[in-house]
Design a protein around this ligand. Structure first.
Ligand code: F6R
Length: 634
């Protein structure tokens, strides 16, 4: 396994922009196992010396797999926690320890209930002490850490605000454990767990920067594309209280453990030609030329040797011959990605087209994780596929009830009440809606909310001309786990998707290859599809199957990654907007929009227009908007 042992930054040329040591793993699982291993080694070393290991622990989504692995090491490899003392970084304020959203609850649920730690060695800031006692309490917390001999190891996550613990922008390097006010982004990120922003506490008690910096060893975890910007800023930017995590640049035993997505914006990974020799594959050359064109503001065909030489790309032109040849080659590649025929153009020469001309009428299966990703992400393309005569099927993978607000459910219940339908059930549901902070909606309420989304999705597809018998609501069971963190795919999920694929035997599958959605639903939906493709790849129909990935509402592909770009006319943009409007429960008061307050149709439109502008700025034709796809080879 890759070592995460600390190395002083600045020693390796390729990392010259990086001021914090970091190790990149293919996935969060592998990274978490390496971190758990380091913690286990520390605990065992201390055991042998008859000492306590003092651990600083974090909550949130980042450390969950580290805790899973520690539990596994305890159960299967006899790792004991009898000699472990823990101090948690933070707790919301005010917050009762038995609240399901408290960090107390989290720590017992994800770690302490499953290991042999002595409860008196566990310390988590208390969120329910009176305000007048907080100052005294925080001093005592510091004192307890000091008396335990200081932190041997501190585990951290990083917030998109750049916070560590709950040390938000503006925190001082000398800060100690104290009461703080949470940043808006932090509250937005916590909103889903609290069923809405208004329920998220405004304050928290957190260890200070100085408290954290005194730890002998610090490991910060960051997973997923959502963290890529803040990771780059923290590792490559200057130290600033605006991004408190940058203080870690001063700590000489800190390692960031990242997955590939979180590391994707580091210079050595995003624009590697700046820091090292690269292998000029087609995709890498395309990436470099698009980058150069965007950086210089020149269309591709106007780039000269000068621009290449002045921007670390002399190697690329010497490899390709000349700027002139390279420009034309890349320009043509991009030109060939554009097509108004996403299902292939009948009777046309398809040598340079993204899709085959034949069969003329294709069976198309569109997978949509939630019951609206289809129209948001590829409404224009879906419309074209139907209009161009293909047999279009749409499958919604999860029920999507979590994103239906109580207000919306109430509206529908009232309609039903008005119609006089089954009074007892309606009254029970009306009562349930009165309960604030419910742990999970009852099965009936979820069914109602899911029903709302089904009706909306069906209406949108009817508007686009998809036949009702071609619409499938798969209601994959992984979505039903009571907490987002606990969602795991099972063979049942895979079977359901595989049955559908085997029944339809599609020529084309469109699916969300989008890894940045807030709850990981898209990621799990994608993993299920990958497994299904693996299972069916030897079947005869799979030989003729093209898989196209689209990105969801949160993200877009980079130009160099795009294999098919489908332009839209102004009228098609409007039609797509109408299709999105059918998803009324996702309008206005959408529950999980993240920190972007625009409605989904606005985001989709802006993103599609931006993509068209980007193509145009590279020197390609000017379109109103575009949707993008990447081919997935299996
Ligand atoms: C949690 C904590 C926070 C989180 C950070 C990232 O104890 O102190 O700093 O580590 O907000 O949260 P996730 O891991 O949920 O992205």
């Amino acid at each position: 396994m890759k070592s995460i042992a600390y190395q002083k930054p600045g020693q390796i040329e390729e990392t010259r922009y990086e001021k914090i040591h970091n190790v990149v793993f293919p996935s969060d699982k592998e990274g978490s196992i390496a971190v758990a291993q380091e913690i286990a080694d520390l605990i065992r070393r201390k055991q042998e010396a008859g000492e306590y290991a003092v651990l600083g622990l974090a909550t949130g989504s980042s450390p969950i797999k580290v805790y899973d692995e520690l539990i596994r090491l305890h159960r299967e490899e006899g790792l004991s926690f009898k000699n472990v003392i823990t101090f948690n970084l933070d707790e919301y304020y005010p917050m009762s320890p038995d609240d399901v959203n408290s960090y107390h609850y989290f720590m017992y649920q994800y770690l302490f209930n499953h290991i042999d730690i002595d409860p008196k060695n566990v310390h988590i800031p208390e969120g329910n002490i009176p305000l007048s006692k907080v100052l005294e309490y925080t001093k005592q917390y510091e004192e307890k850490i000091r008396k335990a001999g200081g932190l041997d190891f501190q585990l951290l996550g990083i917030g998109r605000s750049g916070h560590i613990g709950f040390n938000e922008p503006g925190s001082h390097i000398n800060s100690r454990t104290r009461l703080v006010t949470l940043h808006h982004i932090t509250r937005v990120d916590a909103a889903p767990a609290f069923h809405g922003l208004n329920n998220v506490p405004r304050k928290a008690i957190t260890m200070g920067i100085a408290t954290i910096m005194q730890a002998k060893r610090i490991v910060l975890l960051a997973w997923s594309k959502k963290k890529a910007d803040i990771v780059k800023r923290t590792i490559e930017g200057d130290i600033s209280s605006d991004v408190p995590a940058t203080y870690l640049q001063k700590h000489d035993n800190t390692t960031f453990v990242l997955d590939e997505e979180a590391a994707s914006k580091l210079t050595r990974i995003d624009t590697p030609w700046i820091v090292k020799d690269v292998k000029w594959t087609d995709e890498m050359s395309r990436k470099a030329v698009v980058w150069l064109s965007e950086k210089t503001g020149l269309p591709i065909l106007k780039l000269t040797d000068n621009e290449y030489n002045e921007n670390y790309l002399s190697d690329l032109i010497s490899y390709q011959g000349s700027a002139y040849d390279l420009n034309i080659k890349i320009f043509n590649q991009l030109q060939h990605t554009i097509t108004g025929w996403p299902g292939g153009k009948p009777h046309a020469d398809d040598t340079f087209r993204p899709e085959r001309a034949h069969p003329i009428k294709k069976r198309v299966l569109i997978f949509s994780p939630h019951p609206d990703d289809d129209v948001i992400s590829m409404g224009g393309t879906l419309d074209r596929l139907v209009e161009q005569g293909h047999d279009v099927h749409v499958a919604y993978q999860v029920a999507g009830y979590s994103a239906v607000s109580d207000e919306e459910a109430l509206k529908f219940l009232e309609v039903n009440k008005h119609l006089g339908l089954s009074h007892t059930k309606i009254n029970e549901l009306l009562e349930e809606l009165q309960i604030q902070n419910r742990e999970q909606d009852s099965a009936e309420l979820r069914k109602l909310k899911a029903g709302i989304r089904r009706a909306e999705a069906t209406a949108a597809l009817r508007f686009l001309g998809v036949k009702e018998e071609n619409i499938y609501f798969l209601d994959l069971p992984f979505y039903d786990a009571p907490e987002f963190h606990k969602r795991k795919i099972s063979p049942v999920d895979i079977r359901i998707v595989q049955n559908l694929v085997e029944n339809i035997k599609p020529h084309q599958i469109f699916a969300a290859g989008d890894l940045a959605d807030p709850h990981g639903t898209h990621q799990l939906a994608f993993e299920i599809l990958m497994k299904v493709l693996e299972n069916i790849k030897k079947k005869a129909f799979a030989k003729h199957l093209y898989v196209w990935l689209y990105r969801g509402a949160w993200d877009e592909f980079d130009i160099h990654e795009i294999d098919m770009a489908v332009p839209m006319s102004p009228d098609q943009v409007l039609k797509k907007r109408h299709a999105i409007f059918y998803h009324q429960s996702q309008k206005d008061l959408v529950m999980y929009k993240g920190d972007d307050i625009r409605e989904f149709w606005m985001r989709a439109e802006e993103r599609n227009k931006k993509l068209a502008e980007k193509y145009n700025a590279l020197g390609l034709a000017e379109y109103e908007a575009m949707e993008a796809f990447k081919r997935y080879y299996f």
